[in-house]
Design a protein around this ligand. Structure first.
Ligand SMILES: NC(=O)c1ccc[n+]([C@@H]2O[C@H](COP(=O)([O-])OP(=O)(O)OC[C@H]3O[C@@H](n4cnc5c(N)ncnc54)[C@H](O)[C@@H]3O)[C@@H](O)[C@H]2O)c1
Length: 343
């Protein structure tokens, strides 16, 4: 029987790729929830599209009364720059929204005495390196190191990772009766993601995709970090694959709830060089914004994802050269030559 999958934030960058890939892979009933209705192409791949707010408890109650979910992908969030500008709103969406959805999922699992998977995308924003020399020295950080986030977004993400673990292992631990149904929480910490089909909004790693899309569109771009700035990035198809592979992994293979996943880690100047090689006319300048730079400087140079590689066979298809040469450059070139709806 076709699985029923709830995807919140389905109209976002990851949501677009995930809905498309899931619909290609198997007969699924996708219930898509977002503040904004997706385009017609995406709607056609969904069983139902719900336009609404993740913090609307009545809406979630209605969904759970209507559908028996097998998997929940909870993507809806306010990203890092937006969260820093509106911290209370960030907490409401990123934390309260996640809490309501965890509550909804665990009650459905318990009522029906079956497990429901809950996939949660966290971020390298959970890390907080105190200064640049320490960032250089730390190199690839492992999951339990440097979890000292300095942003509202990073704090929200770290807290929700822990909420997920609580709802799976300890939820209502004082109850007299132990119930059978479980929330099966699985979380990835993504680096900055670069998509060829969507342009990001509201993230602090957006300089790399923004530089690429501006160059392809023939627009000048002022990069808001220094050329030597280095953090990990990943091509969007690998991010989708990572979510699907973690979801498919046998539960007893998972030694953790939260996994780093890495891919390549160019400096902003490396991105510029790749963009210039593909679009020689590109007009890129570096005009660091001290405050946004300060945030990026607390994020690690790279992540240690050896546990994901060992436990569930994580392996990115796209290294830096393949990501630019075979995915990003050809696709953005087509996109701006023939503007069309994102797919
Ligand atoms: N893109 C990245 O580089 C990156 C990196 C690490 C983690 N993540 C995480 O992955 C998830 C998806 O990110 P994305 O890149 O697709 O972001 P995005 O901003 O493109 O998508 C987020 C979606 O959530 C929706 N949304 C926001 N507030 C909502 C609310 N109150 N109710 C319902 N929907 C709401 C938005 O309309 C948007 O469509 C987020 O949780 C994000 O924190 C993204």
């Amino acid at each position: 029987m076709a699985r029923t999958i709830l995807i919140t934030g389905a109209n976002g960058e990851i949501g677009h790729g995930l809905v498309t890939r899931l619909a290609e892979l198997e007969p699924v009933r996708i219930v898509a929830l977002d503040l904004h209705a997706p385009d017609a192409a995406l709607q056609a791949r969904c069983h139902r599209v719900v336009t609404g707010d993740i913090s609307d408890i009545a809406l979630l109650d209605n969904l759970v009364a209507t559908y028996d979910f097998d998997v929940v992908y909870h993507l809806a969030a306010l990203l890092s720059t937006k969260s820093e500008r509106q911290p209370r709103l960030a907490n409401r969406v990123n934390v309260d929204g996640t809490l309501s959805l965890l509550e909804m999922t665990v009650s459905q699992a318990r009522q029906q005495e079956r497990d429901i998977k809950f996939l949660y995308p966290s971020s390298i924003a959970v890390y907080g390196l105190p200064d640049l020399p320490t960032k250089q020295k730390a190199g690839k950080v492992a999951e339990d190191d440097w979890c000292e986030p300095r942003t509202m977004y990073g704090i929200n993400k770290l807290y929700c990772e822990r909420l997920g673990r609580y709802y799976e292992r300890y939820y209502r631990q004082l109850d007299a009766q132990v119930t059978q149904g479980l929330l099966d929480f699985r979380c990835l910490r993504f680096p900055g993601l670069i998509s060829a089909v969507t342009v990001p909004t509201g993230g602090t790693s957006d300089y790399a995709p923004e530089m690429l899309h501006a160059a392809a569109a023939g627009k000048p771009y002022a990069c808001f970090v220094r050329p030597d700035t280095r953090i990990p990035f990943m091509a969007m198809p690998d991010a989708i694959e990572a979510l699907l592979r973690l979801e498919a992994a046998p539960r007893d293979a998972l030694s953790r709830k939260v996994y780093n996943v890495g891919s390549f880690n160019p400096s902003a100047n490396d991105v510029h060089q790749r963009v210039r090689a593909a679009f020689p006319e590109a007009k890129v300048t570096f005009e660091p914004d001290v405050k946004r730079q300060g945030i990026v400087d607390t994020w690690p140079i790279d992540v240690d994802d050896s546990t994901a590689r060992r436990d569930w066979g994580w392996w990115p298809e796209y290294d830096q050269a393949r990501a630019f040469d075979e995915y990003l450059i050809p696709a953005v070139t087509r996109r701006y030559r023939q503007p069309h709806e994102r797919t």
